[in-house]
Every structure is written in C-alpha cells, then in structure tokens.
Design a protein around this ligand. Structure first.
Ligand SMILES: NC(=O)C1=CN([C@@H]2O[C@H](COP(=O)(O)OP(=O)(O)OC[C@H]3O[C@@H](n4cnc5c(N)ncnc54)[C@H](O)[C@@H]3O)[C@@H](O)[C@H]2O)[C@@H](O)CC1
Ligand SMILES: [K+]
Length: 477
C-alpha cells in the first residue's frame, strides 16, 4: 500500500537511480493496454479520455499498444496546456504517427464516441477536490455509457491520499494501478490490478531526493526546543543551529546558567533560556515540561546533557509525562528502553548508543536492518541508527540512507542531524522526517568532502544544510 504522495517520492528516487519517469510511463501505458485487451475484443472501438497530467500521458502510451483496436483519444483541454514534458512528448508521438486524437476545449463540445471500452485517464494522483469542467461532464458521460470503464491508476476523482474523493468522479469497472495499491482502492467494487512498472526496490529502500522533497518545509516553520548542555556546550548549540538552517523559525536552548552564556556566545541566532542548576534535574525537567507541553513543537532531548544520575532521572521524569514529539539523542537515549511514555520519539543512536539501548552492535548497520526494525518495533518509536549507512525505521517500514562520507566521523555531526530532524518534524511524519534528515546531513558532508575529505568540522556542515535541502545538492556533488 502506498499513498500518492509517497509514490511521487519513490518515483523521483527511481529517476535518481537511472530509471526516469518517462520509462515508467511506458510501462504504465503498456499495462493499461493489457487491461483493455482483457475487456474488449480486437477490432472493437476504444475511447481514451485523457487529462493534461501524467495520468493522461500513461493513456497516450497505451494508444500505441492498441493498434488492433479502433482507438479515439480525447484530450480534455488544449495540447499546448499539457502539464508535463513527458505527457507532451507522448501526445506529440500520437500526432506524428497519425493516431485519431481530438482536443476538447469546451465541456459542451465533449462527445464520447460509441465504444466498447473507455480508458479513464483524466486524473490520477494529482487530483484535488471535485472534478472541474470539462472533466465533470466527461465523467458523467463515461458513467452513463454502456462501455467497460478501465481507469488508469485510480478512478478519476478518487483521492489516493486522504480518502477525500470527488462526488462527481468516475465509476470504474477496472482499475490498473501502478507499483502498489493505493489506500481505499480495495473498498471499490471495481476489479483492481497492480501493475509492476519497473520501479526498483531500491527506490523505496534507499533514501533519495524524493524523500527530501516529501519532508522539505514549505518555508520557515517550527520552533524546536533543545534541552541540552551542562557538561558539554557545543552539542546543543550545533543542534539548535542546524534546526534553523533546516527551516525552523526560532530555535530555543534550555541549558544550565553556568554554560548558557557560552552556548549563546557560539551564535546570536539562538534563544538561550538559562536555568539555575548546573545540570538538568528532575525538578527542572518538570518546569521545562510545563513550558514545552503547551506548544505543538518538537523537543530535542539529550545533546550535551551528560550522564549524572540526576540528569538521567530528569530525562526519565520528562519522558514519563511528555506527550509531544521529541528527538532523543546522546546520553538521554539509554533511558528510552526503560520508560513508559506517550510521547512520539525519534531516537538517533550511534553504534555504541544503539548497543547500550539493547539493539545490535555492528558497524554494518544496513546488514542488520531487519534486527534494527524489530528493535524499533519493540521500542515503539522511530529509530535512526547512525553509521556509514544510516538505518531509519519505525518498526514496520525501513529505509537506508547511503549519503555521507568518512570525514563525518568527526564529533558534532550527530548533533546537526538531531537538529535537522527536529526542523523537518514540523512538516513531515517522524519516519519521513528522520529519513530525509539523515540524507540531508550526509549530503552536506559530501559537499564539504569535495574540498577536504577528512578535515572539515561539524560546524561547517551548518552552512551546507540549506543548499542540500532546498537546492537538491545531489545534482551538484
Ligand atoms: N511513479 C509515479 O508517480 C507514476 C505516475 N504515473 C502517472 O502519473 C499520474 C499522476 O500524474 P500528475 O501528477 O501529472 O497528475 P494527474 O495526471 O493526476 O492530474 C494533474 C492534472 O489534473 C488537474 N486537476 C487537478 N485537480 C483537478 C480537478 N478537481 N478537476 C479537474 N482537473 C484537476 C491539474 O491541474 C493537472 O493538470 C499517476 O496517477 C499515474 O497515472 C505514471 O506515469 C508512472 C509513474
Ligand atoms: K484515472
């Protein structure tokens, strides 16, 4: 089962792996033609009703695989307004090869030819809301016709994400959906087939540019609270600055007043909120809880907190009562397996921390991805295990980020990662935020490694984050 949104991400990942969307469209069109052959005899007539997106593009391809039928292709709208290059190229191919195509520029001019089968390719996963004209008129005509209706990907008007279907959508007899079934399709009376269109498993397994697209903030949003510092000062500063670089509007740091000035001294961009004790104590954790619970904004718990007994007790106290979302890193991680919490956590252990939490102990995390998945399932939280390859799992779904470089073994790169996760959590669900953050952090390191493979610093990663997050740094490296 895959949502339309995730499908678009996987499709972009496939392109980055060398399987461009035009190739997928060719496979999709072929699969649609196969379905038509199953419902209509050769020599009979088929009407293709296509929209101006890639759903229509799939059907233009199908037309070329149906030469033994009498096919008419109706495009809803003018050819110049076809929305994507690949759909346009497939439309042009039909023109040059003399296929029977018509442009329907006005709903009053829509006339469904007499036919045995209709291919409904008006709208796929790009739909929003009820069908507008001329699609609305076309859908009514398709629903009235006696012909067998074969819908491409989803019946036009069907919302593959939220289940917010159009009231005036197409009623399909058959649906040929691509790669994986979409939420809600099984509730339809239609006969649904899932066509393999050649998307490699790696496009789902390995984090890629599509995952970054999915999690990228729309603009400045979010005000994460870093609870860290005490024995160490750099870690909370790096995490909080990374969150700002990844789109957060404000970044708060709650830290002991003995070190607050130092943390502020690293960056005037942070809002440092000092507290009296030298380390985090259970009483302070309760006060901080009151401060953060009222806001729907993620916490980063752990960077630089240290392992004093009262600090670990404070982390426990915090997690026992907290009900929001938190990224848990560093020394705070060891508390997670022993605490009952209603919070939504993204845990970001490195090798040693993962082992101490009860997970597998190895440098090759990808090789034990199944074990880490089972560990996350037991834990009941998202785990982002950091290594040469990062493994990101919620206990059911698992992804691997292969970005990064040996120079990232330097201290502080885990802190920047925690901050990026926090920023992306404003926009994306935990697994997606964690996967995209791991990828972005690694790509930022790769950019630095171009000039200096081993000597760059975590603080230098900060300035690279916006480039890889917003400008798709992958193309440049
Ligand atoms: N991996 C993938 O995601 C693949 C997708 N493919 C096809 O691409 C489709 C998605 O393509 P697109 O994203 O281009 O989107 P669509 O083709 O679903 O539709 C986008 C078009 O519909 C219009 N539109 C949106 N809501 C409307 C409404 N309520 N009334 C009337 N018009 C409306 C938009 O303005 C736009 O022109 C999939 O369903 C599938 O058929 C395939 O080509 C192969 C691979
Ligand atoms: K459709």
């Amino acid at each position: 089962m895959i949502t339309g949104e995730r499908m678009a991400a996987v499709d972009e990942n496939a392109a980055a792996l060398g399987v461009p969307r035009k190739q997928l469209m060719e496979s999709s069109g072929h699969a649609v033609a196969r379905a038509v052959r199953e419902v209509a005899e050769p020599g009979t007539s088929v009407a293709i009703v296509a929209g101006r997106g890639n759903n229509g593009g799939d059907a233009f391809v199908a037309a070329r695989f149906l030469d033994e039928y009498d096919v008419t292709t109706l495009l809803l709208g003018r050819a110049e307004t076809i929305g994507t290059e690949i759909a346009c190229e497939n439309w042009d191919a039909l023109q040059r090869a003399d296929y029977d195509t018509r442009e329907v520029t006005d709903s009053s001019a829509f006339d469904l030819p007499d036919c045995d089968a209709v291919v409904d390719a008006m709208l796929g996963t790009g739909i929003s809301g009820d069908l507008r004209e001329p699609a609305a008129t076309a859908a009514a005509a398709i629903n009235d016709a006696d012909a067998t209706v074969v819908s491409v990907d989803v019946p036009s008007g069907f919302d593959a994400d939220a289940g917010d279907h159009a009231d005036n959508g197409v009623e399909a007899d058959r649906v040929v959906t691509f790669h994986d079934t979409k939420p809600g399709l099984e509730e339809l009376e239609a006969d649904v087939t899932v066509a393999d269109i050649g998307i490699p498993d790696a496009a789902e397994r390995f984090v890629g540019p599509g995952d970054v697209d999915l999690a990228r903030p729309d603009g400045r949003e979010g005000r994460p609270n870093v609870i860290g510092g005490g024995p160490y000062t750099g870690a909370p500063a790096l995490a909080a600055q990374a969150a700002l670089r990844a789109g957060a509007e404000l970044s708060f740091v709650a830290a002991p007043d003995t070190v607050a000035g130092e943390i502020q001294g690293y960056s005037e961009d942070l809002i440092v909120q000092p507290y009296e004790e030298d380390v985090l104590t259970p009483e302070r954790a309760e006060a901080l809880l009151e401060r953060v619970e009222g806001y729907d904004t993620p916490v980063v718990l752990g960077p630089g907190l240290g392992t004093a007994d009262e600090t670990l007790a404070a982390v426990r106290r915090f997690l026992e009562s907290y009900t929001g979302t938190a990224v848990v890193d560093a020394d705070a991680l060891q508390v997670v397996p022993e605490v009952e919490t209603d919070a939504t956590l993204v845990c970001t252990p490195n090798r040693g921390e993962l082992a101490r939490m009860g997970g597998p102990d190895t440098d090759d995390l990808a090789a034990v991805a199944d074990e880490i998945e089972a560990f996350a399932a037991d834990l009941g939280h998202v785990v982002l295990a950091k290594g040469a390859n990062d493994v990101i799992t919620d206990g059911e779904r698992t992804r691997i980020s292969r970005s990064g470089t040996v120079g990232m073994k330097v201290g502080g790169t885990g802190d920047t990662l925690a901050g990026i996760v926090a920023a992306l959590l404003e926009h994306a669900e935990p697994l997606d935020a964690a996967a995209a953050a791991a990828h972005v952090n690694g790509l930022a390191g790769e950019r630095l490694a171009e000039c200096d493979e081993h000597g760059f610093l975590a603080s230098e990663l900060l300035a690279e984050i916006p480039t890889v997050l917003w400008d798709g740094g992958e193309d440049d490296v």
